[in-house]
Design a protein around this ligand. Structure first.
Ligand code: BTN
Length: 319
């Protein structure tokens, strides 16, 4: 099926006969496959008598060779899936099967993309980036301190390289443009965090998506912000290099060396917020983060620190 897509991705017209010839199947088999592409992947295909078939929008598909070429300092194995439940889930399965880290799992779409706090991550075909980098950590807990915040910073800097203006961070690891989410990060860990473990750095970036009814919060994409279509292979390569640099700094100097830079890019610094954990809510003022990446919140005049995967921040109406 993807072979047919490979033939069509240039956005030009291809006759049924030419497509059938290239794939070694009949014209009616081509027709069936085209219908499948439309229904399975949600793609729109023009069918014009006498000219053939053309994708309504040309596609740039992910390509592991291209990515390796463009990020030569990151010699990680790159696995690209056409369709998968979740790149994080696939990464965890590969770890179980003994795959050697570091390695990278990418997909054109996710059928069960997962976000923080049990939410789903909307993952249409060939539009966005679904990226899971697997690392082996054997330096103990210190190597994990503030790690998800470091990933957020690397994603933010990568987006700036692509000319996205006004991009910043929201604790713990949302990447926003103003009030709109452009990227999210989900870290998952297996093994013993105090000894040897594997960590999956899951990154979702809204890249070329221009509309969807499925996202239940304010969102934007690189395309909507810049007006330009983004080459996702180039994006992966730049993210690889940025992450590699930040991870090396984190490993050598610890999160304390990154804390200030993170705070400078925190869009909600000094804002009046509610910290939400399930049905519980604490109102306070954001003071910043500590040397482990925990949130410093002033509540009734007293500063306290908060951390945990289930926590999230909301702006208060009076801020
Ligand atoms: C969030 O809720 O903000 C985190 C979203 C993380 C989404 C990414 S997409 C790649 C990886 N695979 C997943 O299933 N989730 C993460």
């Amino acid at each position: 099926m993807l072979t047919l897509l490979e033939l069509l991705k240039d956005g030009r017209f291809h006759s049924g006969q030419a497509l059938g010839g290239a794939l070694g199947v009949s014209r009616s088999a081509v027709w069936k496959q085209l219908q499948q592409l439309e229904s399975d992947l949600g793609l729109s295909i023009h069918k014009v008598r006498g000219r053939g078939y053309q994708l309504a929008v040309p596609l740039m598909l992910l390509n592991s060779v291209d990515i390796r070429e463009q990020s030569k300092d990151c010699p990680w194995t790159v696995l690209v899936f056409d369709s998968i439940d979740s790149t994080n889930a696939e990464a965890l399965r590969s770890i179980e099967l003994g795959a050697q880290a570091p390695f990278l799992v990418l997909a054109e779409r996710q059928m069960a993309g997962r976000g923080r706090r049990g939410r789903k991550w909307v993952s249409p075909f060939a539009e966005n980036l679904y990226y899971s980098l697997v690392l082996r950590v054997d330096g103990g807990m210190r190597q994990l301190e503030g790690l998800s915040l470091v990933v957020g910073l690397a994603v933010m800097q990568t987006l700036r390289q692509f000319g996205i203006v006004g991009v910043g961070l929201k604790w713990p690891n949302d990447v926003l443009v103003g009030p709109k989410k452009i990227a999210g990060i989900l870290l998952e860990l297996v093994g013993d965090p105090a000894d040897v473990c594997h960590i999956v750095l899951g990154v979702g970036i809204n890249v070329n998506m221009q509309k969807t009814d499925e996202v239940d919060q304010q969102w934007t994409s690189m395309r909507l912000e810049s007006g330009l279509q983004v080459d996702r292979n180039q994006l992966v390569a730049r993210l690889n290099m940025m992450l590699k640099a930040y991870l090396a700094r984190h490993q050598l100097q610890g999160f304390a060396s990154i804390q200030e830079e993170w705070e400078q890019n925190h869009l909600w610094q000094g804002r009046a917020v509610s910290l939400v954990a399930g049905v519980n809510k604490i109102d306070g003022i954001v003071m910043g983060i500590d040397q482990q990446g925990a949130l410093r919140l002033k509540v009734d005049g007293i500063e306290s620190v908060y951390s945990g995967g289930e926590l999230s921040l909301r702006l208060r109406d009076d801020s």
